[in-house]
Design a protein around this ligand. Structure first.
Ligand code: PLP
Length: 384
């Protein structure tokens, strides 16, 4: 979505000096027109050192990166992949593409985070991998999940497309999984319009991906041009993530008086992360691609539509979150491990705020927070 209020400049993707330099440099050195050049290698090395992993593969999208990860994990016909019922739609389709069976588990109550105990309980002798995504600024309790996967020899795939740069319990998002996935898709926190990457510290897994993608010509490639534009954004990622988190802090304080929406952030997740075996004091830092709000149980889920329309009229980039996977796929495409009520409710109650506005400056964020608070006051007045 484009932040297109005439009074507010578009801030994403950035048109800063670093990127201007990259585009001019590409023009001058001609690397943009070559199959191979220095930028892809440079990006791979920086991604590896930033995340603390030893291997990486660049590819054409986050979706392709998830598919390649599933293939590296050896997922094929008859294999099950345990995942959360509230997740990115293409993740389920990717499991199907590989011939695997997605096994859906419910979220924690009221938060788009897979329930760790349910993930564990859904594992059977047919389970090949567990696939989890950090969504809307929230984080999956990775330490407990990592220990579980180690004890059961399961491949853990960690989708960090929405929160590159986040720290989960002292380690970068994407570095907890046997395979970590990043997206450089349009609008993402690191964007090249299209693109993705897989992070791993396993030579074997990286080698399987390389074999799969080298078929005469390279399949699923990232271009030199795309690699070149991601680099300066990676170098600015921590600073921008801090700015975005500061924006979320402003919104939280501006919205604390109202009862319609609850802002879901790491503030309320950290307790769950600790309970899941995190070591107290290790750093967790959120990265917001979207900020999630839930219509509280005091109000009917249908109020979400009213809020979306009112926000659209007020120029607030708030839209519905994901639909729960079991509500958009035929029963034959997945197996559900237990009831999926929490994810179904989130599918109806979540709203997400798109990130660019968080970088637009304190005044803009405050102005938007005030408008949102006023929209909600009007609606509650009407809902009585
Ligand atoms: C954006 C996204 C992807 C994949 O993105 P592409 O557009 O294919 O690069 C995967 N998972 C999640 C959670 C995402 O948000």
């Amino acid at each position: 979505m484009v932040w297109d209020r005439p009074d507010i400049p578009s801030v994403w993707p950035p048109a800063d000096e670093q990127l201007r330099g990259v585009f001019l440099g590409l023009l001058e050195d001609g690397s943009w027109g070559r199959y191979h050049g220095p930028h892809s290698d440079a990006l791979r090395l920086e991604l590896q050192s930033y995340h603390g992993v030893s291997q990486s593969v660049l590819c054409c999208s986050g979706t392709a990166a998830v598919e390649l990860s599933l293939r590296a994990a050896g997922v094929g016909p008859g294999d099950e992949v345990v995942m959360c019922a509230y997740d990115f739609k293409a993740n389920l389709m990717n499991v199907r593409t590989c011939g695997g069976m997605p096994v859906l588990v419910d979220t924690e109550p009221g938060r788009p985070v897979p329930d760790l105990e349910l993930l564990k309980a859904a594992v059977t002798s047919r389970t090949k991998a567990i696939l989890v995504s950090h969504l809307h600024g929230l984080m999956v309790p990775m330490r407990g999940l990592r220990e579980f996967c180690d004890s059961r020899a399961l491949v853990l795939i960690e989708d960090a497309c929405q929160n590159p740069g986040a720290m989960v319990d002292g380690r970068r998002a994407g570095a907890w999984g046997d395979l970590g996935v990043l997206s450089f898709g349009g609008s993402k926190l690191l964007t090249a319009g299209r693109g993705g990457a897989i992070l791993t510290s396993s030579r074997v897994l990286a080698q399987r991906i390389a074999l799969y993608t080298q078929r005469g010509n390279e399949a699923y490639p990232l271009s030199e041009m795309q690699a070149a534009v991601v680099l300066p954004q990676l170098r600015q990622l921590d600073v921008r993530n801090r700015q975005r988190a500061a924006g979320v802090d402003i919104l939280r304080s501006q919205l604390k008086e109202q009862r319609v929406l609850s802002l879901l952030s790491m503030e309320d997740v950290s307790q769950a992360v600790l309970e899941a075996g995190a070591v107290q004091g290790l750093l967790s830092v959120a990265a917001y691609y979207k900020v999630a709000f839930r219509v509280t149980d005091e109000f009917p889920a249908e109020l979400r539509e009213t809020i979306v329309s009112a926000c659209e009229a007020a120029g607030i980039p708030l839209s519905p979150g994901f639909a729960a996977l079991q509500t958009i796929h035929a029963r034959s495409r997945y197996r559900s491990a237990g009831v999926l009520d929490q994810s179904a409710a989130l599918g109806q109650r979540l709203l997400v705020l798109h990130h660019p506005v968080l970088l637009a400056g304190v005044d803009v964020v405050e102005g938007m927070g005030e408008r949102l608070a006023s929209v909600l006051r009007t609606i509650t007045g009407a809902a009585g």
